[in-house]
Design a protein around this ligand. Structure first.
Ligand code: SF4
Length: 299
């Protein structure tokens, strides 16, 4: 089926993109693998007519926002992001009414509709830089309370108004999980994603985005790694760094939505058996401004 998909993708001038949290089987099928923002940029820069984005809905929406003339497919139409779904445009508008002088920063893990009513987007790697760059002292940060709290700690000159969203996959890891893991692997290099709770991050040697964790883990001279993010990252590191011993903090770091995409779903997109992503024109335009402001500041 892989050969059939590759041949069909070439014939239809389609680019297949996969997030790091997809199964290795899907990643191996993809033309490019990356984090959510890198995938949107690949989608924007390609001259392919069709983008097949193996990830969750907000990622396919971001690709559509940055490349509106292309046909963008989400192979598993029911692959959503629970954290993105926790905040609505009305929530943002209510916060704006309560804090009229504040700027709204929305994590890229949010719907197009939420991006459309925000001032600027950020990724987990650019959040601190984006918040520091804003002239407003008061910042409404949606939807991730953990990333927001991490940003607040790094930007003491700002007043960060947090929303109560969280990533169920990262948020459920407890401080006890990380303490137990370090007790079992005391000489390990500990790398954790900022979507985890503060009391978990306190034990990290390195805090960074998915891409940041992969790069730092590969560069590290320490042979034992403790990884605090989705299982897909561990699979990549075990494949690419056979000389290292890679362990997870806790045992439940799987995003079920990221595992909904199967090779057959990619084929279904190429066969026209999926509906492409569509967004209302005004929403798309407003969300593009929010995303492009982030791109201007370096992503
Ligand atoms: S890992 Fe968390 S933030 Fe990422 S798609 Fe899954 S639920 Fe959403």
């Amino acid at each position: 089926m892989t050969e059939q998909i590759k041949a069909l993708a070439k014939r239809r001038n389609a680019l297949i993109l996969a997030h790091y949290y997809q199964t290795l089987e899907v990643q191996e099928l993809a033309d490019q693998v990356g984090d959510s923002f890198a995938l949107a940029k690949f989608a924007k820069e390609t001259d392919a007519d069709i983008i097949i984005l193996c990830g969750v809905r907000f990622m396919a929406e971001s690709a559509k926002i940055l490349s509106p003339s292309k046909t963008v497919y989400l192979p598993a139409p029911n692959a959503g992001c629970p954290m993105a779904d926790m905040v609505t445009p009305d929530d943002v508008l209510l916060l704006r009414a309560e804090h009229p002088g504040a700027a709204v920063v929305c994590y890229v893990n949010s719907s197009a509709a939420v991006k459309a009513v925000s001032d600027i987007c950020c990724t987990s790697s650019s959040a601190v830089k984006i918040v520091k760059s804003l002239s407003e002292r008061e910042i409404i940060f949606v939807p991730d309370q953990n990333l927001g709290a991490y940003v607040a700690e790094q930007c003491p000159e700002k007043e960060i108004i947090l929303f109560n969203g969280y990533c169920p996959t990262h948020h459920k890891i407890s401080e006890q999980d990380v303490v137990d893991a370090i007790r079992e692997h005391p000489s390990a290099y500990v790398l954790i994603h900022p979507e985890c709770r503060k009391e978990v991050l306190n034990h990290a040697d390195f805090i960074g985005s998915t891409k940041g964790i992969i790069e730092a883990a590969k560069k590290s001279s320490v042979e034992e790694l403790l990884i605090g993010t989705e299982i897909g990252v561990l699979e990549i590191l075990r494949r690419d760094c056979p000389d290292k011993r890679v362990y997870s903090i806790g045992s439940t770091f799987t995003c079920p939505n990221m595992k909904k995409t199967h090779v057959e779903d990619v084929l279904a997109c190429l066969n026209g058996e999926r509906e492409p992503i569509t967004l209302p024109e005004d929403e798309l335009r407003a969300a593009r401004l929010t995303l492009e402001k982030m791109v201007e500041l370096g992503g």
